[in-house]
Design a protein around this ligand. Structure first.
Ligand code: PLP
Length: 386
């Protein structure tokens, strides 16, 4: 195994992409090919030894007692909800400013997502609005408050202390949507050990990404881990034939686990580079735009580096002309998606405002300092012109 640092070279072409998986591939290719070749040779494509090794290594890294690797981040959320016994008539509280999969996982098992507004500084679930949302659901009496599902937006852990306290008061469980935050830290604990049960994604552009779809459920509870293992494999227990519970084809492919084993070896080096890039952006931009706020005691995994800026669409167009790739995460709050409009009913002013102002800048561990400086200069001139 080689452990090389991210290459700090400038791209051959002049464009600075929002993500760039090719540079990482070039850096890790020989190790990844060797790992994949080993899978081709032993032929255990489903739940082969690499899956088990990866689960154990991710458990050690995160501090989670149990890790069960599954087919995607969305499936991880859905399987976790199923393992918790969430069903029709249950309310699952989710932030309104997140990716569609957060609410989709809830709705697809017949439960009801209830949208909670986000904090205007961290953009994560606002504990005060969570209290209001729970009170509203309790007063209406139609749904049973069951689970709170905070999201670690852009890689920044949610406020698990405040949210955990509120959940406990109402007899609810916290399920962390940690799809974006593998590698994030709160106090002395890593993401995966911040909530009783967490779901993460290994989508290729995530901080820890594979070469296809993948995800994992991480939990401190053995009973939940066992239930998740059954659900991911047609509801069967171990090698038994009988479906003990309703299940899915929800396993992580062995080849994806092989890729992840290589990427986990260099993960801390890559995270350090992401954080250094974020610090450089923030130092160069904080006087002209709103840069990410990282509360004391938290560390973001910086899956995405997002600024907040007036005249966002004009600034974005100018950056495109300057050869800078950007992204909009997210242009719609959850209650504005056609698939989720019928769950609406609450005031979600911060989430709505953010959809008009957020702008993601290039972020990946192989971005060079010269490129970061070019992005900073381009943003500054676009904001001045915008
Ligand atoms: C917050 C959040 N939740 C869930 C998911 C779903 O993960 P996946 O794409 O692996 O299904 C994502 C992925 O982008 C996400 O960002």
């Amino acid at each position: 195994m080689t452990l090389r640092s991210p290459v700090l070279a400038v791209a051959n072409d002049d464009r600075v992409g929002l993500f760039d998986l090719q540079r990482q591939r070039a850096r890790l290719e020989s190790d990844i090919r060797a790992r994949i070749d080993a899978v081709l040779a032993h032929g255990q494509f489903i739940l082969g030894p690499e899956v088990d090794t990866f689960e154990k290594r991710l458990a050690t890294y995160t501090g989670a007692a149990h890790v069960v690797a599954v087919s995607s981040g969305r499936d991880a959320l859905m399987i976790a909800l199923m393992a918790l016994g969430v069903k029709h008539g249950d309310a699952v509280f989710v932030p309104a400013f997140t990716f569609a999969a957060t609410a989709g996982s809830v709705a697809s098992i017949g439960a009801s997502p209830v949208f909670v507004d986000v904090d205007p500084v961290t953009y994560n679930m606002d504990p005060a609005d969570l209290e209001r949302a729970i009170a509203e659901v309790e007063a209406e009496g139609r749904l049973k408050p069951t689970v709170v599902m905070p999201v670690d937006l852009y890689g920044l852990p949610a406020d698990y202390v405040a949210i955990g306290r509120i959940a406990a008061k109402h007899g609810m469980t916290v399920l962390a949507d940690a799809a974006q935050s593998m590698g994030g830290v709160s106090g002395n604990a890593r993401v995966g050990a911040l909530a009783p049960i967490s779901a993460t994604s290994f989508y290729p552009t995530k901080p820890l990404g594979c070469y296809g779809d993948g995800g994992a459920v991480l939990t401190e509870r053995e009973d939940l881990a066992e239930h998740v293992r059954m659900i991911r494999s047609h509801g069967r227990q171990g090698t038994g034939d009988a479906a003990m519970v309703l299940g899915l084809t929800g396993r992580l492919d062995t080849i994806q686990a092989a890729v992840l084993l290589v990427k986990l070896d260099v993960f801390e080096v890559e995270l350090a580079r992401r954080r250094a890039i974020a610090a450089r952006y923030s130092a160069g931009l904080k006087d002209v735009v709103t840069v990410p706020a990282i509360p004391d005691g938290l560390q973001s995994a910086f899956a995405i580096y997002t600024i907040r800026v007036k005249h966002r669409d004009r600034v974005r167009a100018l950056l495109d002309e300057a050869g800078i790739g950007t992204g909009l995460f997210y242009r719609l709050a959850l209650h504005e998606h056609p698939a989720f409009r019928h769950f609406d009913g609450r005031r979600l002013a911060v989430s709505e405002q953010l959809t008009a102002e957020v702008l993601a800048l290039p972020m990946h561990p192989d971005l060079g300092d010269e490129e970061v400086d070019r992005v900073i200069a381009a943003v500054r001139s676009a904001v001045a012109a915008g």
